[in-house]
Design a protein around this ligand. Structure first.
Ligand code: FE
Length: 134
């Protein structure tokens, strides 16, 4: 048994809702078009739902039609790791928070310019911080 890992796991179970835990820690996927931030258009920052590291800016968010929040770029200095994911008979690239290892979603090479990338992210993996009105 790995005690520190069990301790972390209990911590996540306490902090996250069961739905968040399933996506973030078990690499689940929320059903399309159900996420809180799918249609969100306000300005602000998207943080990791688990450790609150900044991951995306609202400027790079766009409507991909996929049913999940989509971004064409990660935030500057964002801590995002990429890993080959061959599960479910598909060759995909998984994206995770490099600080806490939380599952975020996948990145695909079919996004808009200037990057041509589509970061497809579960709303449950994110925490939106709306910019204060000035
Ligand atoms: Fe994190």
């Amino acid at each position: 048994m790995n005690d520190s890992r069990d301790k972390d796991d209990n911590q996540w179970r306490e902090k996250l809702t069961p739905q968040q835990y399933e996506v973030c820690r078990n690499k689940g996927t929320e059903p399309a078009f159900t996420g809180e931030y799918n249609a969100e258009k306000a300005e602000g920052e998207y943080l990791c739902a688990c450790c609150e590291t900044k991951l995306f800016d609202s400027e790079s968010k766009y409507d991909s039609g996929s049913g999940w929040p989509s971004f064409y770029a990660a935030a500057e200095n964002a801590c995002i790791d990429e890993e080959v994911d061959n599960s479910r008979g598909m060759a995909r690239t998984e994206i995770t928070c490099s600080k806490c290892g939380s599952h975020l979603g996948h990145v695909f090479p079919d996004g808009p310019q200037p990057t041509g990338l589509r970061f497809c992210v579960n709303s449950l993996s994110l925490k939106f911080e709306k910019q204060e009105e000035s």
